[in-house]
Design a protein around this ligand. Structure first.
Ligand SMILES: Cc1cc2nc3c(=O)[nH]c(=O)nc-3n(C[C@H](O)[C@H](O)[C@H](O)COP(=O)(O)OP(=O)(O)OC[C@H]3O[C@@H](n4cnc5c(N)ncnc54)[C@H](O)[C@@H]3O)c2cc1C
Length: 404
């Protein structure tokens, strides 16, 4: 067992930390207030290779491993959740799904431009009437002679108005005995006729990010843009979530770290009753709990990343990492505000934004309740993971560096 990071991991950490701390931290409050995404963020993440971090060089990526992806997410969310959300949808939920399920032709057409950051990608699963109960979704993809016509609406879609491509799950068979088997996945180019998108305003958090809706009215999608076989949409969506949840877990770990660092700083400066508040045991308790949560969350996501590197199925481990880290980051942010007293309640300090941002991750990519049901299901023997037709490829240190 090796708990050490490689030289390459440390380089990734440093590069992403530099970007987030130097280029984004100084302006994030302004964009959070304006409820807008900073205009340079996607472009810079593409230029730095962050959007293609864990893809083979021959598919336009940086040829790094899945642990590098986790470390990048931790650094990004230590500054702002919106940066990590980009990784969750563009990398985890969409591009890694293509790496796992797409044909070689689809990888050439879609994965390469996405990994290079030339095209931005999102993930359209949730609908106005359906979130957790994926098999109940009502968007349809009706077969026509040369492909499919997609109709329906996707809601709460991160990057909906910024993305060029969306992975969309729609119903192709409404008569399937098991509704899970009636779904299929498509890579839809969002400039296709019949697609409209819009932003959702008034969110509690991720205000410097983009969350919106996508409507499809008789959108023609050629057969060669269907990802996987007809009827595999549910399995594809769930394996995309294994990857997205990993990024959410790693990011929430970074948010816990940010809460811890802010609280330690403040506890060493602020005085009450003639001494630094860090000297009071009830303040120490909050700081100790943040430290404990950070270390546990980090171990859980790194284990899931290690399993991805081995090509091992990690649905159970990614779910546990996501559930633990997101609940713990919400608690850490609430405690960080408490440590800051009234100043924590204002946007003079960062911690109020941490709390608003942390809540979303307890809801998206499986609510905490859904993860509890999953974990109980595994523990009780009600649930197990059958092999998939396509698994996420194991990291191959040499093969991933081979040129195009
Ligand atoms: C900021 C943000 C970004 C998002 N980005 C995306 C995105 O990019 N793509 C995308 O497809 N979706 C996205 N989502 C949507 C998100 O994935 C859904 O909100 C989530 O899956 C929950 O679905 P829901 O909101 O419809 O809640 P519901 O499923 O309606 O659940 C409501 C409540 O009921 C509980 N509940 C439901 N079923 C059960 C059960 N069986 N047992 C116990 N409790 C249950 C839930 O835990 C929750 O507390 C985003 C959401 C947010 C807030």
């Amino acid at each position: 067992m090796d708990f050490g990071l490689t030289e390459e991991h440390r380089m990734v950490q440093k590069m992403v930390r530099n970007f987030a701390q130097k280029e984004v931290a100084p302006i994030i409050k302004e964009y959070d207030r304006k409820q807008e995404m900073a205009p340079f963020v996607l472009q810079r993440m593409g230029e730095l290779g962050i959007l293609g971090i864990c893809f083979p060089v021959r598919y336009g990526g940086q040829g790094m491993d899945y642990i590098s992806l986790g470390l990048a997410c931790e650094e990004l969310e230590a500054v702002d959740t919106t940066l990590r959300v980009v990784m969750s949808v563009h990398v985890g939920l969409n591009s890694m799904g293509l790496l796992q399920w797409a044909t070689e032709d689809q990888k050439q057409r879609f994965l390469i431009p996405q990994a290079r950051g030339d095209k931005v990608a999102c993930f359209g699963l949730t609908e106005p009437g359906v979130g957790s109960d994926v098999a109940g979704l009502s968007s349809t993809a009706r077969r026509v002679s040369d492909g499919y016509l997609i109709n329906g609406e996707k809601m709460w879609i991160s990057l909906a108005t910024k993305a060029h491509n969306s992975l969309v799950v729609a119903r192709t068979n409404s008569h399937a005995a098991d509704p899970h088997d009636g779904l299929s996945a498509f890579l839809v180019e969002l400039d296709s006729p019949g697609v409209t998108t819009g932003d959702i305003h008034g969110k509690l958090g991720v205000r410097a990010g983009s969350t919106g809706w996508i409507a499809f009215q008789d959108v023609h999608v050629p057969e060669e843009n269907r990802i996987g076989d007809e009827g595999e949409g549910f399995k594809i969506a769930m394996s995309c979530l294994d990857n997205g949840r990993y990024t959410v877990a790693a990011g929430a770990t970074g948010l816990i770290r940010a809460c811890l660092e802010a609280s330690v700083r403040y506890a060493n400066e602020r005085k009450a009753f003639g001494r630094e508040i860090g000297k009071f045991q009830l303040v120490q308790q909050k700081i100790a709990t943040m430290l404990q949560s950070y270390e546990m969350a980090r171990l859980l996501y790194l284990r899931a990343g290690w399993m991805k590197n081995q090509g091992a199925r990690n649905t159970r481990e990614s779910s546990l990492a996501k559930w633990f880290a997101t609940d713990a980051s919400f608690q850490a942010a609430a405690d960080a505000i408490q440590v800051h007293g009234a100043y924590g309640y204002s946007d003079e300090y960062e911690v109020e934004r941490y709390l608003r941002n942390s809540k979303g991750a307890v809801i998206y990519e499986g609510t905490s309740e859904i993860h509890q049901l999953m974990q109980a299901g595994y523990a009780l023997g009600y649930r197990s993971d059958a092999a998939l037709r396509c698994e996420l490829p194991a990291y191959d240190v040499e093969g991933w560096q081979e040129p195009m």
